[in-house]
Design a protein around this ligand. Sequence first.
Ligand code: MF3
Ligand code: CO
Length: 257
Amino acid sequence: MIVCRTASELEKMRAAGRLVGEVLTLLAAKVAPGVTTGDLDALAEQTIVDAGATPAFKGYHGYPATICASVNDEVIHGIPSGRRVLEAGDIISIDVGAQLNGYFGDSAVTLPVGPISEDAARLLRVTEESLFKAIEQVRPGNRLSDIGHAVQQHVEAYGFSVVREFVGHGIGQQMHEEPQVPNYGEAGRGPRLSEGMVLAIEPMVNAGKPAVKVLADGWTAVTRDRSLSAHFEHTVAVTAGEPWVLTARDVPVAARR
Ligand code: MF3
Ligand code: CO
């Protein structure tokens, strides 16, 4: 069953989403050569706790940290560490989730560390664009698969590939609710979207082939061909009008760099 949220529930989800966005804004400002992924995790946890919220990932199926920090060929679920030092030319995907007043927000961005290659920059741009193409589909009467179709169309037009093993998800009083939201597929399939549904849409895009594997730590997913991978995510509500990006940030990351 896909839950539809009331207006007052959506306001609470916006509060959770706004906090997640603020955390990402703070982390983005801190990303630089020499910083460790453990530093980023500590800042995220402090900020979430200070806001009276709870990190959503910590303890989830035993996940040990507040953020996921996935560098270069790491796709998602990279575990932050004080020994993982960022270097100029890296790309880092940062995924943040928080629970505030009973509701969850979930969002991710991939950022450059110092100057990066043109190819890496194109991967980041195309992946973020694919998220916004997907968000455009979040309208009453559209079908669930219109979302993944939009992602896949955009990504493959640039010669990149969509990860199949991990998907987006419904979100609300649980971090993961129905339905699953794949980033690929034909248009016009699956349930119709209706007002109040809330989806975490999260394209994971590889510069090379789509295959991934999980490392021995049981979490970190990497590309099998070691190509770069990017991940962008927003929590988005279906409304009668425009899609409501609950994790939207006032200042776009790009404008501050
Ligand atoms: N954004 C990811 C997701 O929706 C984050 C989960 S990380 C985990 O699945 F550690 F909590 F699993
Ligand atoms: Co998610």
